[in-house]
Design a protein around this ligand. Structure first.
Ligand code: ZN
Ligand code: FE
Length: 258
């Protein structure tokens, strides 16, 4: 039985994702920044909300959850145990390596600290006709990564490399439409990358047509995202650093002021 993934653009540049089990008339939602569009979609589709998956505690990811719980009081809330104080309405407290079931589909929990100290990613491995899916919040973006608010460059490098090691066809459902700006920065540090230049043209066309650039794919990120290319000669040269942690730290520092 296939899970349908629905992308709702909300606020300025956030994406909220619904994982819908049409046959079971139920759905899960990832990082509901706001509640109203989620409630409207679920009511129109005659689906009940069963699970809220939270990647981290920032308000543009958990802001809608309390209202959703008032509408569907039985819904579970999955979140990091380490964020119990900052996501107090959680009902399933998770840690790295946990495995859960979502409407018959296994879900693996990865701890990916860096953007925040307790950030989680959720992986749905391939099943039948459905490919692998990654919900990574603000850790990995299309063409970039989240800011280092609480973690160290070493933690973020480990987190990004764990995500990069997922199967190449994994779809990357990140929480913001930042791709165009991310690729402008990428071109400034990796100008000779032909795959990157090609992606910049493709993304410009998509955005001109008002189309989302999310989901991305792991193979595309590995080829074009500078933060996943910290071990390449091109990025070592651009940053003047050798060690991948130092390359990442310098890339992140420059992106912060780009
Ligand atoms: Zn965030
Ligand atoms: Fe965010």
């Amino acid at each position: 039985m296939a899970l349908e993934i629905v992308r709702l653009p909300v606020l300025r540049d956030n994406y909220v994702f619904l994982l819908v089990d049409r046959g079971g008339r139920r759905a899960a939602v990832v990082d509901p920044a706001v509640a109203a569009p989620v409630i409207a979609w679920l009511e129109a589709a005659d689906c009940a909300l069963a699970v809220v998956l939270q990647t981290h505690h920032h308000s543009d990811h958990i802001g809608g959850t309390p209202e959703l719980l008032r509408r569907w009081p039985g819904a579970e809330v999955w979140a990091a145990a380490a964020d119990r104080d900052r996501i107090p309405f959680q009902t399933r407290s998770l840690a790295d390596g946990d495995r859960l079931d979502l409407f018959g589909r296994p879900v693996e929990v990865l701890a990916v600290p860096g953007h925040t100290r307790a950030h989680l990613a959720y992986v749905l491995p391939a099943a039948g006709d459905d490919g692998p899916e990654l919900f990574c919040g603000d850790t990995l973006f299309a063409g970039g990564c989240g800011r280092l608010f609480e973690g160290t460059p070493a933690q973020l490098l480990t987190s990004l490399e764990r995500l990069a090691a997922l199967p190449p066809e994994t779809r990357v459902w990140c929480a913001h439409e930042y791709t165009e700006a991310n690729l402008r920065f990428a071109a400034s540090v990796d100008p000779a990358n032909g795959a990157l230049q090609q992606r910049i043209r493709a993304v410009a066309e998509l955005r001109m047509a008002g189309t989302a650039t999310v989901p991305s794919r792991i193979d595309l990120e590995r080829a074009t995202n500078p933060f996943l290319r910290c071990r390449t000669a091109a990025l070592q040269q651009a940053t003047g650093a050798q060690e991948p942690v130092a390359v990442l730290a310098e890339l992140r520092r420059r992106k912060d002021v780009f």
